[in-house]
Design a binder for this molecule. Sequence first.
Ligand code: COA
Length: 162
Amino acid sequence: MKKALFPGTFDPPTLGHLDLISRAQPICDKLYVGIATNTHKSHKSIFSPEEKKEMLQKITHSFPFVEVVSFSGLAVDFAKENQIDFILRGLRAFSDFEYEFRMALANRTISSIETVFLMADERLAHISSSLIQELGRYQTRLHAFIPEAIEPQVFQKLARLN
Ligand code: COA
């Protein structure tokens, strides 16, 4: 049984994340979608870990191979504790490459775990959580960026921030 970990900040989850999760189905039997709660980015998160978990569970409920979890240490430690075979990450554009390359090498150096990359869907490659945060603050509808099931919740939370 092949197990994978898709770690991220998910602030909020996007159509890009969901696309990656759905395309992971042929390459693993079980996918942990792991909300990192102790990174420099997650400390500045708009959505709480509980909100992120609830949203991710809502948008992945039709994927039985997915389990949404939170973790607070290193991704590789979570991977080791749960006998995970590889880390999964998406690559959107060339600009993602340097950051992802460094992270994959660091993870492999400290734990020998490999990272598998899937190319983001080109129609979604412009999407990022911070773009959604920016648009939502100005009360732009977010259905082109966010799964329908969580769009009202994300819209309401971001609209209140202004
Ligand atoms: N399509 C569209 N957009 C995508 C996408 C896809 N397939 N995949 C990611 N994105 C976007 C996200 O929305 C996010 O946008 P933002 O930068 O505006 O927030 C960005 O790409 C990357 O975010 P995400 O995938 O959530 O990753 P991250 O860089 O925030 O997360 C962790 C980094 C959590 C994976 C990493 O810090 C980690 O593993 N932390 C745990 C501690 C650790 O192990 N540290 C050592 C690392 S070497």
